[in-house]
Design a protein around this ligand. Structure first.
Ligand code: SF4
Length: 360
């Protein structure tokens, strides 16, 4: 399929570019690799409209690569302020120094040399050389990935190493032998103007008839997003230890970790650990534990299944269990006044309602 597509793909795209491409952007006025490089770096993760005034100010202050290299890094970053992603500015300054020191101030024309400069990956290197010198290099920026993922309906996350390999192959195969610079600009423009992220303008797309996602009406499925990692899940027993006077045991949690420093019902990995805790403190568990309805509490980074276990303990009100700074028994009324973790507070409230019903 790729051979039949590649024959027509670039032809149609170049025809479309001739009529509709963005040819008046400030960095398209000449083919100076320095100016193209700066624009390509600024355009990473930033919209064209935002870049234009920054680019103009930058070129006024730093008209040549030598001007960047001889300026303090802070001056470069000063003109970057507001564009974000400041590593781009720092790398641009470093790369300018490399060009001056190692390439005599002349922007390199060999793809390996360009890709070795700080802050320039293979796609940006290909873009600079094809736009500045009409060299034939494929590019694979975010826009191009989206176009190709749709044209070839590439299943799975586009950033996976397997798909990146496939996308690079497709990008290479589609890049024409002639007019490589125009083609690079054309496919960038197609991604930015027609094959946009949501609601691509397929009816006016020059490669519509070659696009599998369009044919199958599945453009909304591509490019496929990064699969979400499964959230970690933990399950714990939370013991509601109730003494003879219906008071509930709370322990102070350690200052680090979740609910650090808050009072909470004791938490255990399993029943064995729970029994050990009761034995150590001298609690006599007077009836078998009653498992209450478990529920899941969502933290930002994991889900916690709370398995509440209601047990009656003796020897507390008789004064045979010493309460400490870390262990206290509270009445339901007192519980309302303590800062408890939200899910525990909810759990105790529901228990209080049952308790009230039983005592009425
Ligand atoms: S037909 Fe639609 S989905 Fe396919 S490349 Fe063109 S704009 Fe993108």
């Amino acid at each position: 399929m790729i051979d039949s597509i590649s024959e027509h793909f670039s032809t149609r795209l170049l025809q479309w570019y001739g009529q509709h491409g963005r040819k008046t952007l400030p960095w398209k006025m000449d083919s100076d690799p320095y100016r193209i490089w700066v624009s390509e770096i600024m355009l990473q993760q930033t919209q064209v409209a935002t870049v234009i005034p920054y680019y103009a100010r930058f070129m006024q202050r730093f008209p040549t690569v030598q001007a960047v290299a001889s300026a303090p890094q802070d001056d470069v970053l000063g003109l970057w302020a507001g564009l974000g992603y400041y590593a781009r500015g720092r790398n641009l300054h470093k790369a300018a120094c490399v060009i001056v020191d190692q390439h005599g101030g002349v922007f390199p024309t060999c793809i390996e040399d360009v890709a070795a400069l700080p802050g320039i990956g293979p796609s940006t290197a290909g873009a600079i050389l094809s736009l500045a010198f009409d060299q034939r290099h494929a590019i694979l920026d975010g826009n191009v990935k989206r176009v190709l993922a749709r044209v070839f309906s590439i299943e799975g996350y586009t950033g996976s190493s397997q798909n990146m390999k496939l996308l690079w192959q497709r990008a290479e195969q589609l890049t024409p032998q002639q007019q490589a610079g125009d083609y690079t600009q054309a496919i960038m423009d197609l991604g930015a103007m027609v094959c946009v992220r949501s609601r691509p303008l397929c009816p006016v797309c020059p490669v519509q008839t070659m696009c599998r996602a369009n044919r199958e009406a599945t453009t909304n499925l591509y490019p496929m997003p990064k699969p979400k990692k499964r959230r970690p899940f933990r399950s714990r027993f939370f013991i509601l230890a109730q003494d003879e006077t219906q008071r509930i045991a709370l322990v102070k949690r350690p200052s680090h970790g979740i609910w650090g420093g808050l009072w909470c019902v004791p938490e255990f990995e399993d029943r064995k650990e729970l029994e050990h805790w009761c034995n150590t403190l001298g609690f006599v568990v007077s009836s078998t534990g009653r498992q209450l309805q478990p529920f899941v509490h969502k933290f930002s980074h994991y889900d916690l299944q709370i398995n509440p276990l209601l047990v009656s303990v003796e020897n507390v009100s008789m004064g045979r269990i010493a309460e400490t700074d870390e262990l206290h028994f509270y009445t339901y009324r007192q519980l309302r006044e303590i800062g408890l973790p939200a899910p525990i507070s909810k759990l105790l409230e529901s228990l209080e309602l049952v308790h009230e019903e039983q005592t009425q």
